[in-house]
Design a protein around this ligand. Sequence first.
Ligand code: 5GP
Ligand code: ZN
Length: 114
Amino acid sequence: MSDCIFCKIINREIPSKPVYENDRVYAFHDINPEAPVHVLIVPKEHIASHNELTVENVGIMKDIHLAANEIAKQLGVAETGYRLINNCGTHAGQTVFHLHYHLVGGKPMGSKIL
Ligand code: 5GP
Ligand code: ZN
């Protein structure tokens, strides 16, 4: 998608701070971190949101979740804990319509979801 900010980040048209990469997934530090660790994990394929996951493309979720495990270990939050968050759509606060998971940690976040 030519006008998608995360596609531009994946294609290195916009700079980012890389954390993890393989053939299918890229992860980078959020530009506006809300916790000491705040990484965005994105598929290299443009998928607009969780709503657009299908039988054909859902295999990417395996890559995203395995990347999250690697990143959590790499950044030292695997043991202390972290949240893996997807905002799907406007009411959830999704602002970038390229599927992404926030990996946030590095501080206690309490037990409430909201
Ligand atoms: P959403 O609200 O869609 O779930 O999350 C979008 C996230 O992307 C936000 O946390 C925001 O800070 C981050 N973000 C937006 N633009 C950029 C950018 O150009 N670079 C990086 N690294 N993060 C961005
Ligand atoms: Zn995109």
